[in-house]
Design a protein around this ligand. Structure first.
Ligand SMILES: C[S@@+](CC[C@H](N)C(=O)[O-])C[C@H]1O[C@@H](n2cnc3c(N)ncnc32)[C@H](O)[C@@H]1O
Length: 336
């Protein structure tokens, strides 16, 4: 048994039992909202396993949980006794059950801050001003915002701001299983995409385990993957985030074609072939590889030579191939 669990037992802390979904509906007149991607986990073995995937949580640590809902994962986090738990939930209907947990944690001096807010607008620096404490980000994420949220967090990571002013803030998060597989997809894997490269530039993503859809209430159409994203001590690049994101997005816009095709759409059609030929040579990248065959380092080298080219030809930064009538049909929108 973990030290934290022993402390909980010794201290006599009692967390209220997980309400059944029927209790929830009755007590708080709750109905899962599809637009907020509400799929609840009611099985404590699974919520404990998610929190265990976050690794060691010390008594000085802060945990921020995204979308606690009725508080299944919240209970598992409280049993690990961090110094402070920050809950960010958009749906105010959960306030009552979260307040109940806050009350239970009080005698143990566990601080629980509840924010009824959108995580996409949550100001980390305002709410977490002590960077001497390690922070863990945990959440059974709403599907609707999961990709946007981690891309925002990668940008914060690249700028060492927000939740990432320290370089050891790990993210333990759920995604639709296919998205989780894409995030972790290695070089050459058919699932490899923009999200794989973006994730692997700033973090080491680790697929922890999968949860069958039937474990959730209501049951989603898909299974779920739990991924731990560990920030790299040394990110693979210090190029501006927006520039890297743009180059990687263009490369993967034409997944089935040679990588030079998508990359080429960064440049006007009249000069495209010549510029591409030269830049691939400078970057020492084989221009007939398919996007999924490109390593993270190769993508970064392509971003580096693009930046050098733009520094010498600033107008190229404003070229938008989608605005170019002739090129529109080339665009295959395959974001992730
Ligand atoms: C998949 S449910 C998970 C609920 C709970 N953590 C569990 O595992 O049972 C996602 C939760 O995120 C909340 N949510 C949705 N969009 C949100 C947002 N933009 N910011 C914060 N919470 C959000 C939903 O209301 C819901 O409680």
């Amino acid at each position: 048994m973990s030290e934290a669990a022993v402390r909980v037992l010794k201290s006599g802390m009692r967390l209220p039992p997980l309400p059944t979904i029927r209790d929830l509906v009755k007590l708080y007149q709750l109905q899962a909202l599809k637009q907020l991607s509400q799929n609840f986990l009611m099985d404590e073995r699974i919520t404990d396993k998610i929190v265990k995937s976050a690794g060691r949580i010390d008594e000085r640590d802060i945990v921020l949980e995204v979308g606690p809902g009725p508080g299944g994962i919240t209970r598992s986090i409280l049993r690990r006794q961090p110094e402070k738990l920050i809950l960010v939930e958009k749906d105010a209907r959960f306030l009552t059950s979260l307040e109940l947990l806050k009350e239970c944690a009080k005698p143990l001096n566990l601080q629980v801050d509840i924010h009824i807010e959108d995580i996409l607008r949550f100001n980390m620096e305002q709410h977490i001003n002590d960077t001497t404490q390690r922070l863990h980000l945990i959440g059974n994420l709403p599907f609707a915002i999961s990709t946007r949220l981690i891309i925002n967090w990668f940008e914060d990571l690249s700028l060492r701001r927000g939740a990432f002013r320290r370089n050891d803030t790990c993210m333990t998060l759920t995604f639709q299983k296919e998205v989780a597989e894409r995030i972790c997809a290695p070089l050459g894997d058919k699932q490899r995409c923009r999200l794989s490269v973006m994730s692997q530039i700033w973090t080491q993503p680790v697929m922890k385990f999968t949860i069958p859809g039937k474990a959730f209430v209501p049951k989603p159409d898909v299974d779920v993957g739990v991924v731990k994203l560990i920030p790299l001590k040394q990110p693979k690049t210090d190029l501006p985030f927006g520039l890297v994101e743009k180059v990687v997005r263009h490369i993967f816009n034409m997944r089935q074609k040679y990588c030079r095709r998508g990359y080429g759409t960064l440049f006007p059609p009249e000069d495209r072939d010549v510029i591409c030929f030269e830049l691939f040579k400078q970057a020492d990248v084989e221009n007939t590889l398919r996007p999924f065959q490109l390593s993270v380092d190769e993508c970064i080298r392509l971003a580096t030579v693009y930046k050098e080219f733009v520094d010498k030809n600033p107008h190229i930064a404003f070229y938008d191939f989608r605005a170019n009538k002739n090129s529109t049909s080339e665009f295959v929108n395959n974001h992730i």
